[in-house]
Design a protein around this ligand. Structure first.
Ligand SMILES: [Zn+2]
Length: 282
């Protein structure tokens, strides 16, 4: 092979080896076995086997972004609400694929799938909306639901509407809010961002976003949902709906089953104490 290829190839092999080792490590830590266990929530998926009591007593809030009724309620969702030292619109319509699959439907589907897996591990799971044809809730209310549930972890589920040539997923971790009230969640949220990034990438094969952030992460202080949270919380942007390759995955129910498995594994790893609080770049 040409000399210029060799370093790339060596790096690729090393990356694959590290990824395999990391994957085995998580599965072994979670299960003590190779992880192909019972309780699969969807056909064709083998989510990591975790004891049915592993998350007993823990509450997880899943926050599917946007809502199916938002597009019919422009006035209601554009009203300003407190967002952590400033006001921001209540909610937004969200993105969609070029083929017309809307982000709100994707996020609700993924939340339901992940909830099944997490409940099978003993967790109490609360969704911030009960269906996909309502309006909102506003971002401040979404944060209150997590706080009110005393959630051990909250994941706000989204898919991006980025530039068509940009691919991949990323996790958004909180920065200190402008009103400086969310300091207590920064370290645990950073650790959650790290376990979620690892597990989601492993389950889906989805690359880290190549069009923003750093190593699949961004740290933001402009999101009311993170600024107002008093419990560990991150946003998961599962892919770019405007990118043809990502969109083909997002519309595929089998891919969404893998995505749900990755989401659930990332939250599980966090709740079992894995990961590092310095996962997110600062
Ligand atoms: Zn969104």
């Amino acid at each position: 092979m040409p000399a210029w290829i060799r370093p790339t190839l060596v790096q690729a092999v090393a990356v694959v080896a590290v990824a395999l080792a990391a994957g085995f490590g998580l599965r072994f830590a979670l299960t003590g076995s190779d992880g192909n266990g019972a309780g699969a929530p969807a056909p064709g998926v083998s989510p990591t086997a975790v004891a049915a009591t592993a998350l007993a007593g823990r509450t997880i809030v899943l926050d599917p972004g946007h809502n199916g009724g938002n597009s019919r309620a422009a006035t209601a969702i554009s009203r300003p609400v407190p967002a952590g030292g400033f006001d921001k619109e209540c909610d937004t319509v969200g993105a969609e694929t070029d083929g017309g699959y809307p982000e709100h439907a994707f996020t609700f589907d993924l939340a339901q799938r992940a909830a099944v897996i997490l409940r099978s591990r003993g967790a109490r799971v609360v969704l911030t909306r009960p269906d996909d044809d309502g309006v909102g809730p506003c971002v401040d209310e979404r944060a209150r639901i997590g706080n009110g549930a005393a959630a051990a972890a909250v994941v706000s589920i989204h898919a991006d509407g980025g530039p068509a040539e940009g691919r991949g997923f990323h996790v958004i971790a909180p920065a200190l809010s402008p009103d400086r009230t969310n300091a207590v969640i920064l370290a645990p949220s950073s650790r959650l961002a790290g376990t979620l990034r690892s597990a989601f990438g492993r389950a889906t094969g989805q690359p880290l976003a190549d069009y923003l952030g750093k190593e699949g992460m961004t740290i933001r202080s402009d999101l009311g949902g993170l600024n107002l949270s008093r419990v560990p919380k991150v946003f998961l942007e599962c892919g770019n709906m405007r990118n043809r390759t990502d969109a083909a995955e997002i519309i595929d129910p089998a891919w969404r089953a893998r995505a749900a498995s990755g989401l659930a594994d990332g939250v599980t790893a966090f709740l079992l104490g894995e990961g590092s609080p310095s996962a997110a770049p600062r």
